[in-house]
Design a binder for this molecule. Structure first.
Ligand SMILES: [Zn+2]
Length: 398
């Protein structure tokens, strides 16, 4: 009975928060440069003309250049003024939600000033002297306290100015490792050793897996609960999860109405998630607790998967995270059968879709699938996620 009362209260609370906001989220990622080139009003009107209601605009990419007039960012592109502010105004006029998209694990501007924060590869140098420093990569080691504070300060700056920029949320990209072979910097080696990891043995398992043809050896070792692999993988997973939790904390402190979302690799929501967890340190279940919604990068044509795959991943993702997961599409060819992907997602009861990315559709005919999705969704979809975030999915509409 207690359970029933709680459930009714939760539904009532959610419905109060959602009054008049039932809708399907139709999101698209876009680069700040596109807004700079085409103009904020043009792009916002174009979103509206093609039935989109949510824009995820890149505000800090791998290069580290901010697309807003930041007082913190080391580099910023103001060649056409504060393009985030311009786009925020245009989105408001066109009733489009705007999310500020941050690339988390990479920042060339930071690394130019702090080269010691580059990733180190698991291999050894030509004299067998230890891990290889990766100077030609823009990835920043997760253990760099300086970069972590810098990133958090930029997110805080936007959260504090969400009104000025008409922001609905903050969106995290590359909130993960790019590959299992990173990072073997001195700090990571010391941390691994302190946890009891046999670093040399771990390095051999990784080299067997990725350079000596023993495919999946690393993931199999994790499934078999190999102590060295479990400790190392959990350490990386903890780093990614703790960073996400810190970002959530800032948003909850500064502006709890803002949503926090992220782009995820799909692997962690497969029936067997070891690749996603071992490779990327991205544990969907743990991370979902801090996120209002997730956009999986289920680009089915790139991955050579059926049109049902993005919907199936989104559905499984909601089950394992307890938060909203959109149906993900993108890359050069997904637009061809976007209508089928979206339609299948609707049949499963998913609450919307997210497409990567706007300028890929900048040719005649490529918008057709999106123009066709204007029919009433198969189920009314609910974008009220914030009150239900903590481990509970929003009740679906009947
Ligand atoms: Zn490191």
């Amino acid at each position: 009975m207690k359970k029933m009362v709680w459930l009714l209260m939760a539904v009532a609370f959610c419905c109060t928060g959602c009054a008049g906001t039932l809708r399907e989220t139709r999101a698209m990622w876009l680069w700040g440069s596109v807004v700079r080139d085409k103009g904020a009003d043009f792009v916002a009107k174009d979103f509206r003309a093609h039935n989109l209601n949510c824009a995820v605009m890149l505000v800090k990419g791998m290069g580290g250049s901010a697309s807003w007039d930041s007082k913190i960012a080391l580099k910023k592109n103001l060649s056409k003024g504060d393009v985030l502010e311009q786009f925020g105004k245009a989105c408001k006029k066109n009733k489009i939600d705007l999310h500020a998209w941050f690339v988390v694990n990479s920042d060339e501007a930071w690394l130019e000033k702090h080269p010691e924060d580059h990733y180190y590869h698991c291999g050894k140098d030509s004299k067998d002297n230890g891990a290889v420093y990766v100077s030609d990569c823009e990835r920043v080691c997760t253990l760099s306290t300086g970069y972590r504070n810098y990133l958090l300060a930029m997110i805080r700056e936007l959260a504090e100015n969400a009104g000025k920029y008409n922001l609905k949320g903050i969106h995290l990209d590359y909130i993960r490792y790019p590959h299992a072979v990173y990072c073997f910097c001195p700090k990571h080696i010391a941390k691994g050793k302190a946890l009891g990891v046999d670093i040399e043995r771990l390095r051999e398992i990784l080299k067997d897996t990725f350079y000596r043809g023993k495919t999946n050896a690393y993931m199999k070792a994790w499934i078999a609960k190999d102590p060295d692999v479990i400790k190392w993988v959990t350490m990386r997973e903890d780093e990614i999860t703790e960073l996400t939790a810190d970002i959530r904390k800032i948003i909850d402190e500064v502006n709890p109405k803002l949503e926090l979302s992220a782009a995820f690799m799909p692997d962690g929501a497969e029936k067997e998630p070891s690749f996603g967890i071992c490779h990327y340190g991205q544990n969907w279940t743990r991370l979902g607790h801090y996120l209002d919604f997730i956009c999986p990068m289920t680009y089915h044509s790139t991955f050579k998967k059926p049109v049902t795959w993005p919907g199936d991943i989104a559905l499984r993702g909601e089950k394992i995270t307890g938060t909203t997961v959109l149906v993900g599409l993108g890359d050069s060819n997904d637009y061809e059968d976007a209508a089928k992907v979206i339609s299948y997602g609707r049949k499963l009861g998913m609450r919307g879709f997210c497409y990567f990315r706007y300028n890929l559709l900048d040719k005649p005919g490529k918008w057709a699938a999106f123009d066709a999705v204007d029919e009433k969704p198969a189920l009314p979809l609910n974008d009220c996620v914030a009150p239900c975030r903590k481990g509970k999915a929003c009740p679906k509409q009947k």
